[in-house]
Design a protein around this ligand. Structure first.
Ligand code: MLC
Ligand code: AMP
Length: 521
């Protein structure tokens, strides 16, 4: 029995070498070819001395080499660290240092971004594409690296990872401090993907259209892992484009599933309305990573003749709750626990279990839950309650027939188009601008992104900062989806008796137009 995704791919390759695994543009990677590539990549890593537990960074956009490097790193005993390609210097230097990434697989643009950084453990960049510029860290092209891993060049015996071995580090921020690296073990990934594929009746006959980034949980832990676990196939796209995705859904009869964030569904519906494209229902449409409004759920059903299956997950756990495949898919809810997993709603302060219908914090438990945050025993201890329940930080309630509804968040978090933005990180960045005296960052409702990031700023004495200048300041320092889309200038921030900024008052003022924006949209 295979205990890891990479071992599963090895099994499929032996059983069905010619079966397609990944389709990307005009290229088709069969299971046989994919596994041979994975072995080459693993041998190449072993040749450069990668030892068990060492961290391999993936700072790469969607392409087949992502899958090869991901599973090649696992076969070599490495731990994959996922890095969003939009991250900039501050985010990158924190992650590379915190996770002690030693080998990083990236694009030429990624390599340019990485060059000026101080990352003490980094000793090799593997570049998918043509390297350019001066390198402060040794660089090898992906092709040369793969050649060095040919069996005749590297007589290395490869062993699939053990279930308890660490597999992935995914970064997720908190209300205070820097982003934390959540460590998932191989057995966490296997438990979760077994539950997901069972619940959604995913089989080797399925073909998934995957437009989500592979460097986050939704694309990787669900989309790619599910495909490779079941021996199915995936049509992988570099990014989401509504028109292209709609054309693929309508015209490619082999595609049976689509997974997306609500922003993507909103754009698909708009595109289908605009083009009048006939609807072709797939076997399964899944939405997650952000709340899907009942309105969009209904619009989609009207247009595509199918009910989206909404599910709820997070980096630390993979998927937790799902609407049923066969039973009622209830709008505005995320369904109940996946098979073999548990969930409950507790009082946020005294943590007693709440009865159906009462809002509290959602806790989850099961074999899918991560091992802890690296280098952060304090944060790990805080994340769990007695009996091994993980505190999700999400608020909600459960109905008497076990459908959960997410109503909000116990922590401050903006979810914009499925990406998480922690206000504190943007506030700290803006506060470093000389023309800013005080700043509060919050989420404002947005029809396309669900929420958008906005900043409310008190200018420094004598300074007259412009919105574009502050937005550009953030964009240079942070992933660009974290930049405020609007900046509001005020004379002072409303504070309570303890001096805490009352963001709900600012939100209300913005919603009723009591303060005006000076910003780009
Ligand atoms: C891109 N931009 C965004 C943005 N995405 N701004 C705010 N919110 C977003 N989500 C910015 C870019 O930085 C860029 O800024 C400009 O918009 C145009 O970029 P783009 O690449 O053309 O954007 P677009 O194609 O419109 O992207 C929208 C999107 C994308 C919805 C396709 O955001 C996306 O793929 N989201 C999915 C994220 C995801 O996978 N989340 C799952 C996390 S796991 P500039 O300044 O350059 O002009 C998780 C657990 C779970 O949450 O349960 O699944
Ligand atoms: P991340 O930390 O990027 O993994 O994001 C996880 C967070 O996304 C969760 O804690 C939720 O706040 C949010 N999320 C995921 N799925 C849903 C959903 N279906 N509805 C509402 N929020 C969701």
């Amino acid at each position: 029995m295979a205990d890891s995704i990479v071992a599963r791919v090895g099994q499929h390759a032996r059983q069905w070498p010619e079966r397609p695994a990944i389709l990307f543009g005009d290229a088709t990677l069969t299971y046989g070819r994919l596994y041979a590539d994975i072995e080459r990549f693993a041998r190449a890593l072993s040749r450069v001395g990668l030892h068990e537990g060492e961290r391999v960074g993936l700072f790469l956009e969607n392409r087949p080499e992502f899958a090869t490097a991901y599973l090649g790193a696992h076969l070599a005993g490495g731990v994959v660290t996922l890095i969003n390609t939009q991250y900039r210097q501050m985010e990158l230097s924190h992650i590379l240092t915190d996770a002690a990434v030693s080998v990083c697989v990236t694009s030429p643009a990624g390599a340019r971004e990485l060059q000026p950084l101080t990352a003490p453990a980094l000793r090799l960049l593997v570049i998918v594409g043509e390297p350019d510029g001066v390198a402060s860290v040794p660089v090898v092209t992906y092709e040369d690296f793969m050649r060095s891993g040919e069996a005749e060049n590297a007589a290395i015996i490869l062993q699939p990872p053990q279930p308890d071995a660490p597999a992935i580090i995914g970064y997720t921020s908190g209300t205070t401090g820097r982003a934390k690296g959540a460590l998932l073990l191989h057995r966490n990934l296997m438990a979760n993907i077994t539950a997901i594929t069972t619940a959604w009746r995913w089989t080797s006959a399925d073909r998934l259209l995957l437009v989500l980034p592979l460097f986050h949980a939704h694309g990787l832990l669900v989309g790619l892992n599910g495909t490779l676990f079941t021996g199915a196939s995936v049509v992988l796209r570099r990014r989401f484009d509504a028109l292209e995705a709609l054309a693929a859904i309508m015209d490619d009869g082999a595609i049976s599933m689509f997974f997306g964030v609500p922003t993507m569904y909103g754009r698909l519906v708009a595109e289908a309305e605009r083009t009048g494209a006939p609807a072709r229902p797939l076997r399964l449409f899944v939405s997650g990573s952000a709340p899907l409004s009942p309105d969009l759920f209904a619009q989609f059903e009207r247009r595509f003749g199918q009910r989206i299956l909404e599910r709820y997950g997070m980096t630390e756990t993979g998927m937790n709750l799902t609407n049923p495949y066969d039973g009622e898919r209830r709008a505005g809810t995320v369904g109940g626990p996946f098979p073999g997993q548990e969930a409950r709603v507790v009082h946020s302060s005294d943590r007693h279990i709440l009865p159906a219908g009462e809002i509290g914090e959602i806790e989850v438990r099961g074999p899918h839950v991560f091992a802890g945050y690296i280098n952060r025993p304090d944060a790990t201890a805080d994340a769990f309650t007695e009996g091994g329940w993980f505190k999700t930080g999400d608020l909600g309630w459960v109905s008497s027939d076990e459908y959960y509804t997410i109503t909000g968040r116990a922590r401050e978090l903006i979810i914009s188009g499925g990406y998480n933005v922690y206000p504190r990180e943007v506030e700290d960045t803006l506060a470093a601008h000389p023309a800013v005296a005080e700043v509060a960052v919050l989420g404002a409702a947005d029809a396309d992104l669900g929420e958008q990031v906005v900043a409310v700023v008190v200018a420094a004495l004598g300074a007259t900062p412009r919105a574009e200048e502050l937005i550009a300041f953030c964009r240079e320092r942070l992933a660009s989806y974290k930049k405020p889309r609007q900046v509001y200038f005020v004379d002072s921030l409303p504070r309570n008796a303890l001096g805490k900024v009352q963001k709900h008052l600012l939100s209300a003022q913005i919603a009723k137009g009591a303060i005006s924006a000076d910003g780009a949209s």
